[in-house]
Design a protein around this ligand. Structure first.
Ligand code: AMP
Length: 142
């Protein structure tokens, strides 16, 4: 099972924002789409950064006026990404060691999807259920 398979189920659309949009505009996107992070991308779909709800909370905790500042002031620029062939255990390792919950998928320099920790949990639960059903079936038919 790889990233490609998860994307086949959830689709490849990713919410993006430009670095010059304000933090408030980014917050509106997160609220309207009920998501936890937005990828900051160029018009040709290159990943320039990522902005999560945590970045917004950190930015406005000391100064709410920062909501008018550009996203580029608060985004994480060094984004860890993955490819279509990346395995789920690799994704879990990246998220655990990097302490983040979102991994953009990049193919030939272009943003091509996003895997969230929710997608990984959903996949793991389905996998564990399938294993348990197979085991039950095996025991019942033995
Ligand atoms: P998250 O847990 O994804 O909400 O993000 C926690 C922190 O990690 C925030 O500062 C994000 O900007 C940053 N972050 C999220 N995803 C990534 C990623 N794939 N690569 C690098 N930093 C990230």
């Amino acid at each position: 099972m790889s990233v490609e398979r998860i994307l086949a189920g959830k689709g490849r659309h990713v919410e993006t924002i430009s670095p010059s949009h304000t933090l408030q505009e980014a917050a509106k996107v997160l609220a309207a789409k009920r998501i936890g992070a937005v990828v900051v991308a160029s018009s040709d779909h290159a990943v320039l950064g990522i902005l999560s709800e945590r970045d917004i909370v950190r930015a406005i905790a000391s100064d709410p006026a920062r909501l008018n500042n550009p996203v580029s002031d608060f985004m994480t620029e060094k984004v860890v990404t993955c490819g279509l062939k990346t395995s789920i255990p690799e994704i879990m390792d990246e998220m655990t060691s990097g302490r983040f919950r979102h991994l953009p998928v990049v193919v030939e320099g272009r943003l091509s999807g996003l895997i969230s920790i929710g997608d990984v949990v959903k996949y793991r639960v389905a996998e564990i259920e399938a294993e348990s059903n197979a085991m039950r079936h095996y025991i019942a038919s033995a």
